[in-house]
Structure formats: C-alpha cells, structure tokens
Design a protein around this ligand. Structure first.
Ligand code: ADP
Length: 476
C-alpha cells in the first residue's frame, strides 16, 4: 500500500470513494447474480419435469402397444425444444425403447433407465421421470437438457453488471471531484501555508480560519503553534545575544587574567634564576633542589595557561574557511616539533594529502598535537610516524599512525576529554589538554576524531574533514 500513502490528498479521497462504491456495487451484483442462477436452475428443472411428463403421457399408448415407430415420432416432436439435446424412452419390461437426439449432438445415454429425479452432469441437466398408465408404471422417460441458456443468461448479466459498474463509477468520479472540494481545499491551503513558512522561516504568517469544524480547530492549533515558535525564536535570539555578550566578556576576562597570571610566574622564574646565579654557591644542595622544583612548577603552570588559552581561543568566531594544503600544514607542524623529532631520531613518512577547506592555524595545531603525542609516547624504539589520507564518500579520512606504547581499549574514548592523562607527569610530561583541543578543532570543521590502538603495538588517530568544493584532489 506504499503507492496509496504517497498519493496526494485529492487522489486518495477519489480512490477511497471509487473503491467503496465499486465494492458495494460489485457485492450487490454478485448477490443478485447468485439469486438469478439459483432461480434459473430451479425453473429449468421445473420446465424439464413438465416436458418429460408431457412426453411420457404422449408415449403411453405407444409403450402399451409396443409401437416403437409411434414412440419415435412422438419423441421427434422435441425438435421444437431447442434446449433438449436427447431423450430416451425405456419400457418397464424390455429397457431401451425409443430415442431422440438433437441434430449434431452425440449422446451416451445408458441402456437401462437411471433412477427417477434430476442431476447436473457437465454442461447439461439430466431428468428422469416415470411413465404411468392406470396407476401402473409402464416405462421411464429420460431427457438431457442443455445449460447453454443459463450460460447465455450469465454472460448477459455480466455485460449489464459491467455497464452498471462502469457508469456508476463514472458518476461517482464526477460527483467526488466536486463533493471532496470542501474537505481537501482547506487542508491543502493549510499545507501550502506550512510549506511557505518552512521555506521562508517567517513565523509571523497566520493561516486564515476555515469554518467551525475539525479543520478550523486544526488551523487554530497551527496558528497557536506558530505564535509559540515566534515567541520562542524571540527568546532564543535574546538569549543568544546575551550569551555571546557574556562569552565576549568571559574571553576578555580569560585573556586579561591569564596575562596577569603569567606575569608573576615570569617573576618567580626570573628571581629563582637570579637567586641561583648570585647565591647558588653558598646555598645548600637541598635549597637548590627546592628552587629547581619551584621553577619547574612555574613552567608547568605557564604551559597549562598556554594550553587553556589555546582551547579557549577555539571558541572565537571563525576567521573564515580557506583552502588549506594539509601537506604544508603537516610540514609546519613538524617544524614546530623539530627539537623533539631530532632528539629522539623520529622517522616521519607523509603520504599524499589533500587540500581541504578549513582554518589553517587550527589544522596546523591539530597535526602538531597528534605528531607531538606520537613522538612523546614512543616505545623502546625511536618513534616512527606515518601520515596518510583516504577518500570516504564526501569526506577525507586522515590517519596519524605511530608504533608507540598504545592505549588500553577502556581509555580510547576518555583521552579526548579535558585533563585526561593515562600516565604520571614523571613518565611523560603534559597537561592533558592536547587531544581535547584536537577534538574541538575537528568538530568545528564538521568532522569526528577517534583512535584505534593496540597496547604495545602503537596507535592510529583518525579524523575526518569535509571534502568540499574547495578541495583539491590528491595527486595520484
Ligand atoms: P598530554 O599529551 O598532554 O598528556 P593529550 O590530551 O594530548 O594530553 O593526551 C591525553 C592522553 O592520551 C595522554 O596522556 C596519553 O596517555 C594518551 N595518548 C595520547 N596520544 C597517545 C599516543 N600517540 N600513544 C599513546 N598514548 C597516547
């Protein structure tokens, strides 16, 4: 019934009306036809019995005097009855006595008289009646009557039924076209208004009220809903304006406070340095160690502030997307990680990478964080990193693979959350913000990021980026 559900309302109503009318008419015709057939069969049997009895009465004398020729002449009178195919007269004592067979008909009537009564066999009706003289049975008359009359009548009836059905459906079609208008028109008008509103996003439009019935109630409910949406939109706009204002304030506050936080940290580092330079030789080794801890703590706090600022900066409105050559972005990210790459003799293989629409500085930072982690979390061997891209329908899937320490399955999701680290700072330095930044950058570019990893075997960080019109395909 899928075809029915996709039909426009007008057609649907027409189909419903025509199906209902057609079914009712068909049912009525079927009942009348069945009644007609039963009636006809009954009449046929009645007429056949009367005919058999008349023939029986007319052949009494011939049977009584064993005059076969006279009996045959009497039976031949059946020629006048078009429906009678054959007749056979049986004498009570000697069986078959005289026959009649309609021209062109071949019959196989039994030699001995069948039982009295009637029965339908194939396309004819067999009637058997006793021939009685003075209350004594002297023979039997059997007739075979054709049913062609009945079939002709059924055929004729079928033609009339088809005509009536066709005519009625035509009338129903014409009537339904005008009668359904008061139902469909208000609904279609409402649908038109709804489509217009959805296209133009103008929720100030209202549908005119259509009568005092269900459609009127529907229009009222629709208008009420539009009013609610309009109100909500207004509230949302106000909230959005409020939110962006407080966001801007918060951002301002973050910059100022982080700048102010960095200043005393710089002083701690600087004065510790001066203290060591001037009084170092006179200080006890333990005091020197404490100073070293203080400098290290200040450096860590500085890094944390830097990372938090990077994360917060991602919330700024887009600088606008431009085509970014990912191969160039990776080269820049490698340059930013160069010291560690050289120190650990890391090997980096870069496959063909596409150009995508994005914010260049953010994509550089994304690669920088992923490459930095791949270098940092290396195993016993020097780090080996492979960066590649694969087209997946309307997106590019970029992979950064390493052969490092890997990640336990339970943590593969969590590591993208803020401050989630799987190791102590003594084992691997870091703030736990790098992957949170990566996720935010990828999501801002309309993609997603995930990791596939085997502990001890290495990790592959994959992320997707839209392959838009600005995208230049990877050279083969
Ligand atoms: P950070 O590197 O500063 O600790 P990240 O957010 O970049 O923070 O990473 C979170 C954690 O995810 C890391 O502490 C580390 O345990 C795990 N991790 C990230 N990248 C890798 C990698 N390439 N191999 C193994 N573990 C990783």
């Amino acid at each position: 019934m899928r075809w029915f559900s996709v039909l426009p309302l007008r057609r649907k109503l027409t189909v419903v009306i025509l199906t209902t009318c057609g079914s009712v008419l068909l049912l009525a015709c079927a009942v009348i036809a069945s009644f007609e057939i039963v009636n006809f069969r009954r009449t046929l049997v009645g007429e056949g019995i009367v005919l058999a009895d008349i023939i029986g009465a007319n052949t009494q004398a011939a049977l009584a005097f064993k005059d076969e020729a006279a009996a045959t002449v009497t039976l031949r009178a059946l020629q006048a009855e078009r429906n009678v195919l054959a007749a056979r007269l049986y004498a009570a004592d000697s069986g078959r006595f005289a026959d009649y067979v309609a021209p062109g008909f071949i019959t196989a009537m039994p030699d001995h008289p069948p039982a009295d009564g009637h029965q339908y066999i194939g396309s004819h009706l067999d009637i058997t009646r006793p021939v009685v003289l003075d209350g004594k049975r002297i023979g039997t008359i059997a007739l075979q009557v054709a049913l062609t009359g009945m079939y002709e009548r059924i055929g004729f009836f079928a033609i009339i039924v088809s005509g009536v059905l066709g005519g009625s459906l035509l009338v129903a079609l014409v009537l339904s076209a005008s009668l359904q208008r008061p139902i469909t028109e208000p609904i279609l008008a409402l649908a038109d208004i709804a489509t217009g509103i959805a296209e133009r996003k103008d929720y100030s439009i209202r549908a005119p009220r259509q009568g005092d019935n269900e459609v009127g109630a529907l229009t009222d409910a629709f208008n009420h809903m539009l009013g609610e949406i309009q109100q909500q939109n207004l509230r949302l706009q106000q909230q959005a304006a409020e939110l962006s204002r407080s966001n801007a304030e918060l951002e301002q506050f973050t910059y100022i406070s982080s700048h102010d936080l960095k200043e005393p940290l710089r002083m701690v580092t600087m004065y510790m340095g001066l203290l060591e330079k001037k009084h170092g030789p006179r200080l006890e080794p333990e005091a020197l160690q404490f100073m070293h801890f203080a400098v290290e703590g200040a450096a860590r706090l500085q890094q944390l502030i830097e990372d938090l600022l990077s994360y917060a900066r991602l919330d700024r409105p887009d600088a606008g997307y431009a085509p970014v050559d990912l191969a160039a972005a990776v080269r820049e990210a490698l340059a930013n990680n160069l010291a560690e790459i050289e120190r650990l003799h890391a090997e980096v293989e870069i496959g063909p990478l596409p150009t995508v629409a994005g914010e260049r500085s953010q994509l550089v930072q994304l690669f920088q964080n992923l490459i930095g982690n791949a270098v940092k979390f290396h195993g016993d061997a020097p780090p080996r990193i492979v960066i590649s891209a694969q087209r997946r329908e309307d997106r590019w899937e970029i992979a950064v693979r390493d052969q490092g320490i890997g990640i336990e399955p339970a943590y593969r999701q969590r590591i993208f959350d803020m401050f989630q680290r799987l190791h102590s700072r003594a084992d691997y330095p870091g703030t736990g913000i790098g992957l949170a930044i990566c996720r935010k950058i990828v999501e801002r570019h309309g993609g997603s990021i995930w990791v596939e990893s085997e502990p001890g075997q290495g990790s592959t960080f994959r992320f997707t980026l839209r392959a838009e019109a600005a995208t230049v395909a990877v050279p083969a």
